[in-house]
Ligand binder design. Sequence first.
Ligand code: CTP
Ligand code: MG
Length: 237
Amino acid sequence: MSDRVAAIVPAAGRGERLGPGTPKALRLLGGVPLLVHAVRNLAAARQVDLVVVAAPPDQVTEVRALLRDHHAGAALHVVAGGPTRIESVRAALAALPDEVAIVLVHDAARPLAPVELVDAVVARVRAGADAVVPGVQVTDTVKRVEGEVVVETVDRRPLRAIQTPQGFRRTVLEQAHLAALATGGDADVTDDGALVERAGHPVVVVPGAEEAFKVTRPLDLVLAEAVLQRRRAGGVR
Ligand code: CTP
Ligand code: MG
């Protein structure tokens, strides 16, 4: 039985919360685009055989050239992304070769996710889980608010902030995307785990990694620069 692992990288977003400019995946971190960091980290995981990037639709050729020298150890496909994250993932799913049995989905906007986390997610799928998402404890106090009034303070102990890479048995992820397409209403969905959950499959949480945080707002980029400097000083890369 074939059990190849592909990593899908949705990278077609504009990065509106980061502010005006180049699409977020192509913004620089330590002089290198976020997307290049993300692809390098995935390709560095020995388990990953293929990386499929969903690029901004008008920049497919540029992205292909950009990544040419950075996918050592894994094959690379670049496809045009869609208008939402889910549609970008769907476009990449459609490009997977038959022999792929396990699919990771990893945001280009999480450039510093450790290789160990990639390995841990794949290992949990291989061990039998249909869907695996990394989660970290929530550290802020969380309240439900209506208008300017607090209606509830939520017990944060059972809450987890969910990251990527997320890992799936391919058939489960494809079914979940098809089901979402059939029923519509996926505009507010921000991760693939949620689609699988809606389709009625169990989703397993493994410990996430602080450094797998998402670059969303300008301050996140400042933090990412600091983390990268510390890694480089430590000779990690
Ligand atoms: N993404 C994508 N296609 C889209 C929208 C998002 O591939 N149409 C990707 C982004 O490139 C990013 C990941 O999904 O790697 C997570 O999304 P997010 O952090 O929301 O990125 P953006 O949508 O680019 O940012 P913003 O929402 O601030 O515009
Ligand atoms: Mg977005």
